[in-house]
Structure formats: structure tokens, C-alpha cells
Design a binder for this molecule. Structure first.
Ligand code: FMN
Length: 433
């Protein structure tokens, strides 16, 4: 199993993340982590901080000569803006002269001040800020490196920003597809267009998605989304949206039906919901399925003689049944609320010092962070899938883990009758074993 813990404040000296449980022998490079962190800064509609920030990554422990040692991996992400914040965020005793007392609705500010007994919202917002997701993305880069060694890949793309929704992924002719004006996260996995035909997305599409200004696979929707962001920016407002995360190559058997906290769908939902500003998570066609009849809501099972494998005829369950991965592409969606800090603050609040009505203070903010949410979502999904792969296949070294995986897959064909092949004690006795 994989565990990780982050520490650090948004404008503190550095973020730190410790990842525990990776097998020994996994190739790891600081550059690959930096590349993932650069992806987190992508997207039209991000604030100026994304331009100022440089993520300087240092591998502090757990890696020697480019490979993991099986010990905890510690990563530091330095804050290059620290000199500007050194006094305000100093760990030395003292008090700020700039206490923030107009808590922003939609943020942890007021509830956090009340809970922890603070009179300065900065004591809360510095940790509640989504800057923390940089540490998650660094941990996710390690999880992705591990998954890559096992033939798995996790990608994401934006399916809705504000009122603009990209067409769903049903394969077919593109003609007639129009970006829809409802952000309801309906159905099927994402799609790309090749030679005028819509096709399901694959891991190879990540470069194309990242090249989009809003990380959307559909060029027409991209244009409409950029226009929507410009319109919101003009009036100092913000936008939410929906991202879809796809995990390819995940073998059957991750997660379990035997306990509530071992279900893969439950673990993914918790991981995605834990991301700042995510307020809904969908696995497969969860929302659309609620309106369907049972005869139309499930995925038929077929035997593929060529591949010698069971396949699902559709992807409504998002490749998880009974909390267990089915071997198909996992599909999860996360919906983000519009960011609560506005460039033209209008939301009513109360000054906690005077109790007078005011509007919330302004902190540097994005118009939308939905494109970045996809990258953070990938990281959280990769961490969950990697953790469950380690639970299933175990092993202290990468080679041992791969051997265990191969042994499991080699015997899959025998299911569901494999249990009858285990020699029972009585049989052993009669065979003189
Ligand atoms: C990648 C990312 C970037 C974010 N950037 C901002 C931002 O610039 N301004 C803002 O108000 N909220 C931003 N947020 C959201 C806040 O962190 C979030 O709204 C806040 O923590 C309160 O949400 P909660 O109730 O889900 O915790 C961002 C979230 C993510 C995932």
C-alpha cells in the first residue's frame, strides 16, 4: 500500500511530501516530477501566480542513483517567492500587522478561524489553499512512474467549463456535434476526433490535450470555453467545471467488495472529493444511469476468444463492479465549484473584528482552475490505483511486484474454477503429500 503526507503553507518556504510504500528499484527523476508540476500550472484563466511560481524540486530521501530504495521518498518543492513572504510567514514568534478579518465565503477562512481560534484568516487560508496540490502532484508523479512500469497510464481532460460542455465520447460522425450549454456531467468517456470521426481517448492523446488552452480534447469546445473564461474575467467573476480522468491498463482485481473502505470506487471518490473545490464525483455514467432502466444501465459481459479475456460491451460502470476493477478503462469525473475568491469581490461577508457587513478581501486568484484540476485529479487517481496495485501484488522490489502481477494474470483464465485446483488436506493425505 502507498501512503503520502504533505506539509507546508501556500506562501511558506517550501512544500514537503513523503511517499511511503514504493517498491525498491523504481526509476525516479526529479525532472519528471518537475514536468508534472509544470502541467499543474497549465490552462487559460489561471492567475498571475502561475507565471511567477517556479517549482524547484529536490529529492531529499528515498532515491539513490535514480532508483527508489524501498524507503520513504521525501520531496521538497521550494517556494521561489519566499523572500517576499519571509517576514509575513516567519515561523519566529511575532504578530502580523496585516491580519485578514473579512473571511471569504466559499473558503475555509471563517470556519477555520472559529475552529482553531485564529483572528487572522491567513492562519487558515495558507494551508487550505490549493497550492498544497503541488505536493500531491509530486507524489502522483511517483505513483505514475510505478504504474507506467506495470503498463498503466492515467490521463485527464476537461469536459465542461462554466456553461460549456464538450460533446460526450460516443464514437461516430462529428457532424452535428455542438458544444452543449448544460454543464451536467453526462455519461461516456471522453473522445478525440481523427479523420472526421469521434473515437475514444487513449493515453497517447495526453500531449494533444495538454496543448489545448483549456486541456479539452474537443477543439470547438475549447474555443467556446476560452470565450466563456474571457467573459467571466471581464466582469471579475470565476468559473467551475468538470474534468474526466481515465486510467488505462488497470488489471482486473484492484479494490474489493469485502469491506466498505476497500471498494475501489469509494477510494477514488474520496481521493477526488478531497481536492480543494471539488463538490461532486462520478464513476462511469453514474448520474445518467440513475435515470435509466436496469436493462439499459449495465455492461454486458462477453468472452473475447482472441484475447482470451472477458470484456465489457460498454463502459457505463466506469470499469468498477462491486468495488473491484474489471480490467477495462476506469472512468471518473470530478466537478469543481466556481472559485470563491473573485477579482471583483462582491460576495457579502462580515468583518470579524467590527462585525460590520463588508465584502471579502481579494487574494491573487484564477478565473478558473478546471484545467489544473484535471492534473491534480490524475495524481489522486494514480495514487489510489498504485496503492491498490501494491496491496494486490505486493513485493519489496519492482521486479517482485511485476512477477506477482504476471503470476496473477497468467492464472486469470482459470477463474472462476481455479479454487477447485487447490489441493485439499484430505486429498494431500490420500496422495501421500
Ligand atoms: C488547482 C486548483 C487551483 C485553485 N485556485 C484557486 C484560486 O485561484 N482562487 C480560489 O478562490 N480558489 C482556488 N481553488 C479552490 C480553493 O482552494 C477552494 O475553493 C477552497 O479550498 C475552498 O473549497 P473547499 O470548500 O472545497 O475546501 C483552487 C483549487 C484547485 C484544485
Amino acid at each position: 500500500m502507498l501512503r503520502f503526507l504533505t506539509a507546508g503553507e501556500s506562501h511558506g518556504k517550501a512544500l514537503v511530501v513523503i511517499v511511503e510504500g514504493l517498491p525498491a528499484g523504481l526509476p525516479v527523476a526529479a525532472e519528471a516530477i518537475s514536468d508534472e508540476l509544470a502541467r499543474r500550472r497549465l490552462g487559460f484563466g489561471r492567475g498571475p501566480r502561475m507565471r511567477f511560481e517556479r517549482d524547484v524540486v529536490t529529492l531529499v530521501g528515498g532515491v539513490r542513483h535514480g532508483r527508489t530504495l524501498g524507503s520513504p521518498v521525501a520531496i521538497e518543492i521550494a517556494n521561489t517567492e519566499w523572500p517576499k513572504w519571509e517576514e509575513e510567514m516567519s515561523p519566529e514568534p511575532g504578530r502580523t500587522a496585516k491580519a485578514l478579518t473579512a473571511p471569504r465565503p466559499g473558503h475555509a477562512d471563517l470556519a477555520g478561524m472559529q475552529k482553531y481560534g485564529f483572528d487572522d484568516a491567513r492562519d487558515v487560508l495558507e494551508r487550505a489553499s490549493a497550492r498544497e496540490t503541488a505536493a500531491r502532484v509530486a507524489a502522483g508523479a511517483l505513483a505514475k512512474a510505478f504504474l507506467g512500469q506495470l503498463g498503466m497510464a492515467v490521463i485527464s481532460h476537461v469536459v465542461a467549463i462554466g456553461g460549456i460542455e464538450a460533446p460526450s465520447g460516443a464514437p461516430g460522425e462529428v457532424a452535428g456535434d455542438e458544444p452543449r450549454a448544460t454543464p451536467v456531467p453526462s455519461a461516456t468517456s471522453g473522445s478525440a476526433v481523427t479523420n472526421g470521426r469521434r473515437r475514444a481517448l487513449g493515453p497517447e492523446d495526453l500531449g494533444m490535450i495538454d496543448a489545448s488552452q483549456v486541456r479539452c480534447a474537443d477543439p470547438d469546445s475549447e474555443v467556446a470555453m476560452v470565450d466563456e473564461i474571457k467573459a467571466a474575467a471581464k466582469v471579475g467573476d470565476s468559473l467551475g467545471g468538470v474534468v474526466e480522468i481515465l486510467a488505462f491498463g488497470v488489471p482486473v482485481g484492484l479494490g474489493s467488495h469485502v469491506h466498505w473502505d476497500r471498494r475501489l470506487d469509494g477510494l477514488l471518490a474520496q481521493a477526488l472529493m478531497s481536492i480543494q473545490a471539488v463538490k461532486a464525483v462520478e464513476i462511469g455514467e453514474g448520474w445518467a444511469n440513475a435515470a435509466r432502466r436496469g436493462s439499459e444501465a449495465h455492461d454486458a459481459i462477453r468472452w473475447d476468444a482472441g484475447a482470451h479475456a472477458y470484456r465489457r460491451a460498454s463502459a457505463r460502470a466506469g470499469a468498477i463492479e462491486g468495488g473491484i476493477s474489471t480490467g477495462e478503462t476506469i472512468v471518473a469525473r470530478a466537478a469543481m465549484k466556481p472559485l470563491a475568491t473573485l477579482n471583483r469581490p462582491v460576495i457579502e461577508t462580515v468583518d470579524t473584528k467590527t462585525k460590520e457587513t463588508t465584502v471579502s478581501f481579494k487574494e491573487r486568484t484564477d478565473v478558473t482552475a478546471v484545467p489544473a484540476l484535471g492534473v491534480v485529479g490524475e495524481s489522486m487517481v494514480a495514487l489510489v490505483v498504485a496503492s491498490e496495485a501494491l496491496r494486490k501484488f505486493g513485493g519489496d522490489s519492482l521486479a517482485e511486484c511485476i512477477r506477482n502481477r504476471d503470476a496473477f494474470l497468467a492464472h486469470l483464465d482459470e477463474a472462476p474454477s481455479s479454487s477447485s485446483m487447490v489441493v485439499q488436506p484430505e486429498a494431500r493425505a490420500t496422495r501421500g503429500m
